[in-house]
Design a protein around this ligand. Structure first.
Ligand code: NAD
Ligand code: DAU
Length: 368
């Protein structure tokens, strides 16, 4: 199988201080195969340099690592970094659907202008390669999401399905993909895209379902379940998602998108039941609260295109979930850091009225 990324490659990973980006960086550098990584990260509320501590405190890995604080929408920062890169992996984005409903603008700035700035820099480098000023053009990988397909009442989304995004977050991600496709068609750039499903694991910001419910349950705070809790997500462990991204970077066909499907489709209530079990709590902590506007009921992707290339997820939910709960239990300082800054005002805005209107939940006969 062709490998587009040679030994000792220099990778630019944007958003590498976030949840999935930092896992990708830890995986790549932890292999100690000579690959070099530069992270460009704005360090928004979701970015945390401490997520990269394992790399920065290891002498051998640190020698192959550089961190730049900056915005992907800033051409002055992006240009010189792309000049040095063999590949650009764009993990950076605003990522929380609820925040995109409260304040959509930052999602569009990063997802549209930021992606445009990255693509322009890659285009310049492709022209330099054509002019013989560098050996090869950089490959560009766009990290995208199953949310671009919208709500999928039945069946599984395949890569050729149309986009139908329904939140400002999903619309920003779909817009990023449209730009990537346009730069492929118009300028012939070497681009690939991954569409990952709902990801969970250590280092995920506690605004998302699994870390929010875990950290609240550990301290006995209420768990705000949106609506009837029967929305379905396809859960993918973070090490699998990062491995899927690197696999596509190395082996994906230029111009193609690949679903990185999860290991398990589950309704939220089932996830909550398992979290209660893992944290030693019961349903008295759960509140049904007013639903997310435009809430997609179900995501499900067909992962056969990537499976045909030889990749599949390795961590099942039965192992991944308890490991994740154990990580949050043993990292209270990390959790406290993530729940600082704008956390209290965000929490009051998102959950204040919801929890006030919340009602208790009776477990179904099948639920523990
Ligand atoms: P995250 O919110 O944990 O991290 C995002 C990172 O991007 C942060 O470090 C943040 O500081 C950085 N960032 C944001 N705007 C930036 C900008 N303008 N310039 C530079 N850096 C910026 O996100 P995550 O959950 O790790 O998601 C990473 C990527 O994967 C995103 O593109 C997201 O859309 C996609 N994705 C996430 C999931 C999931 O379930 N978490 C699933 C599928 C796809
Ligand atoms: O599907 C991939 C997407 O998964 C990624 O692209 C996004 O970046 C990521 O945030 C995630 O989006 P979701 O909206 O699916 O994830 P979230 O963890 O916010 O919610 C998961 C489900 O849990 C969803 O049905 C909403 C519900 N939920 C969430 C929160 C935060 C609740 O019931 N209560 C909550 O408080």
């Amino acid at each position: 199988m062709t490998d587009r990324i040679g030994p000792g490659a220099n990778l630019l990973v944007t958003g590498g201080a976030g949840f999935i980006g930092s896992e990708l960086v830890r995986q790549i550098l932890g292999r100690r195969d000579g690959t070099r990584v530069t992270v460009l990260d704005k360090l928004t509320y979701a970015g945390n340099r401490a997520n990269l501590a394992a790399v920065e405190t290891d002498e051998e890995q640190a020698a192959r690592f550089a961190f730049v604080r900056g915005d992907i929408a800033d051409p002055g920062v992006v240009g010189p970094l792309v000049t040095q890169a063999d590949a650009v992996v764009n993990v950076a984005a605003e990522t929380h659907v609820d925040r995109s409903i409260l304040d959509p603008e930052a999602f569009l700035r990063t997802g549209v202008i930021g992606v445009h700035v990255l693509l322009e820099a890659v285009r310049r480098e492709a022209e330099r390669a054509k002019a013989g000023e560098r050996a090869t053009a950089p490959r560009y990988l766009q990290v995208s999401t199953d949310e671009v397909y919208g709500d999928i009442p039945s069946g599984h989304s395949t890569e050729s399905d149309p986009f139908a995004p329904r939140s400002p977050y999903a619309a920003a991600k779909a817009s990023s993909e449209l730009l990537v496709g346009a730069y492929r068609a118009t300028f012939g750039l070497d681009v690939v895209t991954t569409r990952g499903s709902n990801t969970y694991g250590p280092f995920q910001h506690p605004e998302k379902l699994i870390p929010l419910f875990t950290t609240n349950a550990l301290v006995g705070e209420p768990l705000p379940m949106y609506g009837d809790g029967m929305q379905v997500r396809d859960w993918l462990y973070v090490s699998d998602h990062a491995a899927g991204i690197e696999f596509v970077l190395r082996h994906g066909e230029a111009g193609e998108a690949y679903n990185v499907a999860g290991a398990r489709l589950l309704p939220n209530r089932e996830v909550i039941a398992r979290l209660l079990e893992a944290t030693g709590r019961d349903w008295s902590l759960v509140r049904t609260v007013p639903d997310r506007p435009g809430h997609d009921r179900r995501y499900a992707m067909d992962g056969s295109k990537l499976a045909a290339l030889g990749w599949a997820p390795a961590v099942d939910f039965e192992r991944g979930l308890p490991d994740t709960v154990a990580w949050y239990r043993t990292h209270p300082d990390w959790v406290a850091g993530a729940r600082s800054g704008d956390w209290d005002s965000y929490y009051a805005r998102q959950y204040g009225d919801r929890l006030a209107a919340g009602r208790s939940v009776t477990p179904l006969p099948t639920e523990p």
